[in-house]
Design a binder for this molecule. Structure first.
Ligand SMILES: NC(=O)c1ccc[n+]([C@@H]2O[C@H](COP(=O)([O-])OP(=O)(O)OC[C@H]3O[C@@H](n4cnc5c(N)ncnc54)[C@H](OP(=O)(O)O)[C@@H]3O)[C@@H](O)[C@H]2O)c1
Length: 447
């Protein structure tokens, strides 16, 4: 079952009084600065839109969409093996037949387009190249893909979305057009944006993409009044939760969850990933993470990072955790002696974390919601009622004082997972805008 809502997103409604380090203003300024860097107006167009007019017949559009769907499936094969770079697939098609295909995956630095061109060889001359993200136009780890595409004699490039990376951002399309190639954009732009939602937020906000995951009862509880929480949802939902972990660079929990549940927080899908999943514990100046916790005892096998504050004065305890292999990251404290979330995210990003799955508990989830630092949310809902006024509800924190200031999810989907339901939606302003731009680009293409 899939339903879509088009509810409005409330960015301006920060209601938290907790972290003086996090203000609506400072978050908004980062967002504005990112747009200024890209030369995009605050309310302007994002990665999906290309102002070039296309003249594509309905039959050709259907063909382009079919090959773009295949391109997206190819790109998906890099899942778990591209971070911090984007998921990219590419096809070279000649006379309706695929003669080259490629997708990007580490550790091979060559891009999807170059791999597809390599396979196509001489057959690339006069062919169409499909790619979900704009080809790069600059020297990075590899030479520009635009140069390789032009040199191979490709006559038409069909693309999903523009690359928000300031070094590319439209230059790739321009270079190809200036070389005389036909360039068609906006093909399956929404799916292309969703595929690279992490990369888009990374590029525009210079912080990890944050996805909040909650498993709760129908009445929004994550534990009973006695603290029992395992398991609220069934095996299928828990397996889906594992699959979600596989998509992320790191998982975060609050120290309260470690103390209550002593979790492992590992990726047990068995699927290949090129970097180990990092487990991040948000602690406070008190530093309560127990040295005998599973996360600490296994820190040498699976990375465990502790986020505390620069005001923590529990040096002996921190040293003990460090001796067990826990990496300590101290960041600025808010006025409750807890890590400032915006600063913690910046720090994690600088340490190579592109995406973060926040798994609770209630206080940490509430702090992220209050700070409006959530891009996406998935709620696994079990059709059972826990009840009780003292049973923990999924989202703690300060909360919204008025309904106008609540955090509204958009682009919501609901699917049945075993005996439970998974509701997923977007909450972050940047990704919501990028999706809106992609919808416009898609409409322009199919007009
Ligand atoms: N069903 C689910 O999806 C799910 C998932 C996870 C957990 N749970 C359940 O949730 C319960 C634990 O939740 P909880 O709310 O008590 O604890 P929590 O959110 O896991 O951890 C809260 C603690 O984290 C520390 N912290 C560090 N930075 C913080 C920040 N910026 N904002 C807020 N807290 C921060 C605080 O320590 P100080 O107090 O020292 O400041 C706070 O007490 C358990 O019963 C667990 O089973 C359920």
């Amino acid at each position: 079952m899939t339903t879509t809502s088009s509810g409005r997103h409330q960015q301006g409604g920060r209601t938290a009084t907790g972290g003086s380090c996090i203000t609506n203003g400072s978050y908004g300024n980062t967002w504005l600065a990112a747009r200024k860097q890209l030369g995009v107006a605050a309310t302007g167009e994002l990665s999906g839109i290309d102002s070039w007019e296309h003249n594509v017949t309905e039959a050709a559009a259907t063909v382009h969409e079919r090959f773009m769907r295949e391109t997206l499936q190819l790109a998906e094969r890099g899942r778990g093996r591209v971070s911090p770079r984007p998921l990219v697939g590419s096809l070279v098609v000649r006379d309706g037949i695929v003669v080259g295909h490629g997708f990007y995956q580490e550790p091979e630095p060559s891009h999807a387009e170059v791999r597809a061109l390599r396979e196509a060889g001489a057959q690339a001359r006069g062919a169409t190249l499909y790619v979900n993200l704009e080809p790069c136009a600059h020297y990075g780890r590899t030479p520009p893909c635009t140069t390789a595409i032009i040199a191979a004699g490709i006559s038409r490039v069909v693309a999903g979305i523009r690359d928000p990376n300031p070094q590319v951002n439209g230059h790739g399309f321009t270079q190809l057009r200036e070389a005389g190639l036909e360039v068609i954009t906006g093909v399956l732009a929404v799916a292309s944006t969703q595929l690279n939602e992490v990369f888009i937020v990374n590029q525009l906000e210079r912080r990890p993409f944050v996805h909040l995951k909650v498993a709760m009862s129908l009445d929004g509880r994550i534990a009973t009044r006695t603290g029992a929480s395992r398991w609220i949802t069934g095996t299928a939902a828990r397996a889906a939760g594992q699959a979600l972990r596989h998509r992320y660079d790191a998982i975060a929990v609050g120290v309260g969850t470690v103390m209550a549940d002593n979790p492992q927080l590992t990726d047990r899908t068995g699927w290949e990933r090129h970097r180990p999943l990092v487990r991040v514990v948000f602690d406070s100046a008190r530093v309560r993470l127990p040295p005998d916790a599973t996360l600490v005892q296994t820190a040498r096998q699976t990375p465990t990072w502790l986020i505390t504050t620069t005001t923590a004065d529990n040096a002996e305890h921190l040293a003990r955790l460090a001796r067990c292999g826990v990496r300590i990251l101290a960041v600025e404290a808010d006025d409750r002696g807890r890590p400032c979330l915006a600063t913690a995210l910046e720090r994690l990003f600088s340490e190579g974390i592109s995406s973060l799955l926040v798994e609770g508990g209630a206080m940490l989830a509430g702090a992220f919601v209050d700070a409006r630092l959530i891009d996406k949310m998935t709620c696994f809902i079990a059709p059972r009622l826990i009840g009780g006024t003292t049973a923990l509800s999924a989202i703690g924190g300060t909360g919204a004082p008025t309904l106008e200031e609540t955090l509204q999810l958009t682009g919501v989907t609901l699917e049945q997972v075993g005996t439970d339901f998974a509701l997923t939606g977007y909450a972050g302003r940047t990704i919501i805008e990028a999706l809106a731009a992609a919808r416009v680009a898609e409409q322009r293409f199919s007009l």
